[in-house]
Design a protein around this ligand. Structure first.
Ligand SMILES: Nc1ncnc2c1ncn2[C@@H]1O[C@H](COP(=O)(O)OP(=O)(O)O)[C@@H](O)[C@H]1O
Ligand SMILES: [Mg+2]
Length: 411
């Protein structure tokens, strides 16, 4: 098939990005390739699922290889692809990549380079230790934190928080930890993300969102990404904290030659944002910014990448100058991922769509335990109310009769 005029969107899940492309008014041929090929992609886009339409195991590397083989005229990548800078380099030799270069992605993904960057710019981050060679002692400070339940093991190339583990001295301790990772102090605070668009020199903040992590109430497995909440930034971030994050966005834009959409993940440590990572691509929380502002983030991305054009300051109305849009009850808006508690088979999509869910799988799709089933949406006057409303939506999904009986029969 000739894809030379096609725009391909590739990532673990592409539904929200496809919606953004359509919102921008883009009229050319559009193709998506991801793990799910959910039923609610915009009608005019052709969608391919890895493992169903394209052979291969569900890994991000296989996904990106499949994208290269499609030889699209243009391509935009989203979540998961940043872990494969070498494949991105091959992709950009064959197709026009709208977004960050493989070189930028590679540099950002190198832990030593990234920590050096943070240190040089005096940007705060949690205490971090690269794992020593087997047999060498673990730093005393890390051991102390582990004993207090305040140490994490993180993979060098992660994604969606799914492989992050609490280090527990009782459970075989450090010898059992995979080497291709690092240890980091676990900060007990709200985590979040700042989204921005850049033109390799300058940047514009698009919005600040909180990340949802709640294994008890929302039944999110471990440290997995559970969704996001978007609301007035001044309600949870001080001016100083926002300045630090803006400084990080500006410094990273220049140091890593960032273009288009990017997100910085952080965790608040008594009000100080400690930086965790930079995602050099469209992120999951950007969908909320798009809906709250009515702006197509793909349009902003493309203008920045292709014409070096940035929007005016506070283009979304969601940045530092306050939160202008929506009624009082919609001041906060959120999305929450509903994870499968057991291995299950998806019921008819209409049921999930009726309760306002998105990223809805096709009927009969096998959903493994701890895999996302769908995404639910809610609004609220406060972050707490929005969270509560998301929880209710999550419960409503789990109680769908067809869905539940299928859970039992599939195990
Ligand atoms: N040092 C930390 N302290 C507390 N929470 C953390 C820390 N590192 C990661 N997390 C939690 O795990 C989530 C994912 O971490 P992140 O570093 O962004 O990795 P990933 O690449 O998997 O998204 C964060 O949003 C945060 O909630
Ligand atoms: Mg992250």
């Amino acid at each position: 098939m000739d894809n030379s005029r096609t725009l391909l969107l590739v990532g673990v899940s592409t539904r929200a990005l496809a919606a953004s492309v359509c919102r921008s008014g883009y009229r050319g041929p559009l193709l998506t390739l991801d793990f799910f090929a959910d039923t609610d992609h915009p009608l005019r886009c052709r969608r391919l699922a890895l493992g169903r339409d394209v052979p291969g195991p569900l890994t991000t590397g296989v996904l990106l290889r499949a994208a290269i083989a499609l030889e699209p005229g243009a391509v935009m990548f989203s979540g998961g692809m940043e872990n494969h800078p070498r494949l991105l380099a091959r992709l950009q030799e064959r197709s026009r990549v709208i977004g960050n270069s493989a070189g930028s992605v590679d540099a950002l993904g190198n832990l030593d380079t990234f920590l050096r960057f943070l240190g040089c710019h005096e940007l705060p981050y949690p205490r971090t230790w690269v794992l020593p060679e087997p047999g060498r002692p673990i730093p005393v400070a890390a051991v102390r934190l582990a004993r207090q339940g305040r140490l994490l093991w993180k993979p060098r190339h992660g994604g969606g928080g799914v492989r992050i583990r609490d280090v527990c001295p009782e459970r075989g301790w450090i010898g059992a930890l995979p080497r291709r990772g690092y240890l980091q102090e676990k900060i007990r605070g709200v985590s979040g993300s700042v989204s921005f668009v850049a033109d390799s020199h300058r940047y514009r903040v698009l919005g600040y969102s909180q990340a949802l992590h709640d294994p008890v109430v929302l039944k999110i497995p471990g440290h997995a990404y559970g969704g996001s909440l978007l609301g007035p930034p001044e309600e949870w971030l001080s001016t100083r904290a926002r300045r630090t994050l803006e400084r990080a966005a500006g410094a990273a834009t220049q140091a890593f030659d960032l273009r288009g959409l990017n997100g910085i993940d952080f965790v608040l440590d008594r009000g100080v944002p400690r930086i965790l990572e930079i995602n050099p691509r469209f992120t999951a929380s950007m969908e909320l910014i798009e809906e709250a502002s009515g702006q197509s983030l793909f349009a902003l991305h493309r203008a920045a990448c292709e014409r070096g054009r940035l929007p005016g300051e506070d283009v979304t109305g969601l940045g530092c100058k306050g939160f202008s849009r929506g009624s009082h009850r919609q001041r906060w808006r959120g999305k929450g991922i509903v994870y499968a508690l057991e291995r299950t088979i998806a019921g008819p999509p209409g049921q999930l769509q009726k309760v306002g869910a998105r990223d809805v799988p096709g009927s009969g799709t096998l959903l493994r335990q701890s895999w996302p089933v769908c995404t639910v949406y809610a609004t609220g006057a406060t972050a707490a109310k929005c969270r509560e409303a998301l929880k209710q939506c999550g419960c409503a999904v789990r109680q769908l009769s067809g869905f539940q009986s299928r859970i039992r029969s599939a195990s």
